[in-house]
Design a protein around this ligand. Structure first.
Ligand code: SF4
Length: 700
């Protein structure tokens, strides 16, 4: 008999509800969950193909040591022994975990607890570093905490939606469907798309600004200047609820028109059209994603946007606010448990001694990390330098997805002991591991994820565990037990972990932090099984809050938000040898390094090969013909891609997707071209402004 299970899509940060139907013969089909508040029954192409990606081809079914099958006991004993030895001989900062936005919150919680509270290092970072860490840093600077003020409904209620650095149509397709439907229903709603490329998102835009790479800070400084010059500030809100306005405005006033145009690459009429729309519209939502975050000035870009919303008081009210869109299904859940090298659990601050003490007491931990750990790029550089002696990678493929991808591969070869937990043992990363641990995948694992609007949903198992695969949280807890910490890691189910996570969120909180799901600390496994999607907070006293900050209460000690005085410099990366800018990103039908979406012939038929978009004039100048092969080179490496000549691409720039890897096509890892340049505040890599050159490729 067929069985239906309510769960959540494992791809983008929209976090759509899915009803998975398992037939008696084992076939799986999916449909959108009409009751889920993220999607109300909609699914995109990736979500609707989930049933085509759950076969066992290429699955890792049992632990391996040195390429040979091993028992769980032998593998876990070895992992614990090598971590214990590395810590004893070189100290806790000589080991590291690198986890993933694919991990469920329960996995993240246990990994973070072991590393920060028991090993005593903060060397746990995540591929979400590549996704939204600049937004985290920007939120903390402006709000005093990492809190997303609004909800998806705000996009539908707004009269102006600004999408900057976000190809919503392909990267958050169901949210785009909601926006497009709202715009169709209310033609007076305006959409502005700010993106160097004319993406599919721009098709619904009333105004598309083909901005120069990294021109965003200048653009939003120009907007702040315009708001001040046209009496469009909310001076009452600024005076009552913020600090630092005059310093921020001074930066804006220092920018003259010529600089604004040079730094943004936009004409005065283009910027004026945007500025007038923003100034004249009360209900404005500004969404931003990787085009903002993945930059050496990512945090400043975020604060330049937040400054404009604070200056107009347009924050946390229906249809108003800045909105960071997370890329991954559980990037937000990772933030909640402190699964980043510079964060503590439950949105507490690693640099705050009181927070560290609180978490240590709650965990009854022998130690607590007292300084930030290595962020993703630095973590693998340290491994390449021989400073990391034992490394555990979970649910991610950094040999493809990180910048300096060849250095990452070298780091894994240099590191004396590397563990990889994954569904597949044949990813580019898994092939470098000393120990492989088979992990449960979507449909097999149980836990929670949090989407971009702070909505916590259940991922539920509806398939049996294949082979000997185990949940990530179980693997970590078993190693913790072998390290002598079994008492603190007694978990028998994800429900127990979630209840502890919820209890920590409320521990000595009393309104000090918005992240509070204390109501769940006293609920049992049956409630966890029956959980319906909810937005945090959900406090012990039963109170909730849909939006934040409309009341002017922020999380800095004085309760006020901070303007951040950001400077508008744009670094020119191009050189005479590398005269083009490479912008990397996603396509509609693939997810990350294609380990799952690559299994679906339907998804692969959308775009079958790695490609790069190039403007017709650049193509003509370089002798590159449409559909011909092109070699794209940076100082770090080379890839071979199919040329797609299109005026949608800005002149002087290329776009290439980041999905393909050595398993699908030779010389296709875009990460091998990208240098490890990062934002100084967030550590997020600058993956969208890379100097390259291109030429026709002829096989020799
Ligand atoms: Fe999944 Fe995102 Fe598509 Fe929703 S929009 S079905 S979460 S990939």
């Amino acid at each position: 008999m067929a069985v239906e299970t309510k769960t959540t899509c494992p791809y983008c940060g929209t976090g759509c509800g899915v009803i998975a139907r398992r037939e008696a013969d084992g076939r799986v089909s999916v449909k959108g969950d009409p009751d889920h508040p993220a999607n109300f029954g909609r699914l995109c192409s990736k979500g609707s193909a989930l049933g085509e990606t759950v076969d066992l081809d290429d699955r890792l079914l049992h632990p391996e040591i040195g390429g040979r099958r091993a028992s769980w006991d032998d593998a876990l004993d070895l992992v614990a022994d090598r971590f214990r030895t590395a810590i004893a001989e070189h100290g806790p900062d000589a080991v590291a975990f690198y986890v993933s936005g694919q991990c469920l919150t329960e996995d993240y919680y246990v990994a973070n607890k072991l590393m920060k509270g028991f090993i005593g290092s903060a060397n746990i970072d995540t591929n979400s570093r590549l996704c939204m860490s600049s937004s985290v840093a920007g939120h903390r600077r402006a709000f005093g905490a990492d809190t997303v003020p609004g909800t998806y409904e705000d996009l539908e209620l707004a009269d102006l939606v600004v999408l900057t650095g976000s190809n919503l149509a392909w990267c958050h397709p169901v949210l785009f469907q909601r926006l497009a439907a709202a715009k169709a229903a209310r033609p007076e709603m305006k959409v502005v798309v700010i993106d160097p490329r004319r993406t599919m998102t721009a098709e619904i835009a009333d105004l598309h600004l083909s901005i120069r790479a990294d021109g965003d800070v200048a653009l939003f400084l120009g907007l702040l200047r315009h708001l001040a010059a046209h009496d469009a500030l909310d001076r009452t809100y600024i005076a009552a609820h913020t600090r630092g306005f005059h310093a921020a405005l001074a930066e804006a006033l220092a920018l003259d028109d010529a600089e604004l145009q040079a730094l943004t690459g936009l004409t005065a009429s283009e910027t004026d059209a945007f500025f007038r729309l923003f100034a004249d519209t009360e209900k404005v939502v500004t969404c931003y994603s990787q085009g903002v975050n993945q930059s050496s000035a990512g945090t400043d870009k975020v604060n330049a946007i937040l400054n404009c919303h604070l200056a107009t008081g347009r924050i946390g009210r229906p249809g108003m606010g800045p909105f960071s869109l997370t890329g991954q299904p559980n990037a937000m859940g990772g933030r909640e448990v402190g699964g980043l090298a510079n964060m503590l659990a439950a949105h507490m601050a690693l640099e705050n001694p009181e927070d560290r003490d609180r978490v240590q007491r709650f965990w009854k931990a022998p130690v607590i990390a007292d300084h930030a750990g290595l962020k993703a790029v630095d973590l693998f550089r340290a491994a390449a330098d021989g400073k990391i002696k034992a490394l555990w990678i979970m649910a991610t493929n950094p040999v493809v997805s990180l910048p300096e991808a060849d250095l990452v591969r070298q780091a894994l070869r240099t590191c004396p002991f590397t563990v990889v937990s994954d569904m597949s043992g044949s990813t580019d990363t898994a092939r470098e591991a000393d120990v492989l641990l088979p992990a449960l995948g979507w449909g097999e694992k149980d836990g929670t994820v949090t989407n971009s609007e702070r909505r916590i949903s259940r991922q539920r198992a509806f398939l049996p565990a294949p082979g000997e695969a185990q949940a990530d949280w179980w693997q970590i807890a078993e190693v913790a037990r072998r390290l002598g910490y079994g008492e603190a890691f007694p978990y028998q189910s994800p429900a127990e972990i979630f209840a502890e996570h919820a209890a920590l969120s409320a521990f000595e909180n009393e309104g000090a932090r918005d992240f509070d799901i204390g109501a769940w600390s006293r609920r049992g496994g049956d409630d966890y099984q029956a959980m319906t999607p909810f937005q945090w907070p959900q406090r012990q006293d039963g109170s909730t809050q849909a939006r934040f900050f409309a009341d002017g209460r922020f999380y800095h000690a004085d309760g006020k938000a901070r303007f951040v005085a950001v400077s508008p410099s744009v670094v020119e990366r191009r050189t005479a040898d590398f005269p083009l800018i490479l912008n990397s990103g996603r396509i509609r039908d693939h997810w990350h390094t294609m380990t799952r979406t690559g299994k679906s012939a339907r998804l692969s038929s959308h775009i079958a090969e790695p490609f790069c978009e190039i403007h017709p004039r650049d193509a003509a100048a370089l002798g590159i013909e449409d559909a011909a092969l092109v070699a794209v080179e940076s100082p770090l490496g080379r890839v071979i891609l199919r040329a797609l000549v299109t005026p949608r691409q800005a002149e002087g720039a290329l776009f290439a997707p980041m999905h393909w890897n050595d398993g699908f096509a030779a010389e296709a890892r875009i990460g091998a071209l990208i240098p490890g340049l990062t934002d100084p505040h967030s550590g997020q890599p600058a993956s969208k402004n890379v100097a390259v050159r291109a030429r026709p490729f002829k096989a020799s």
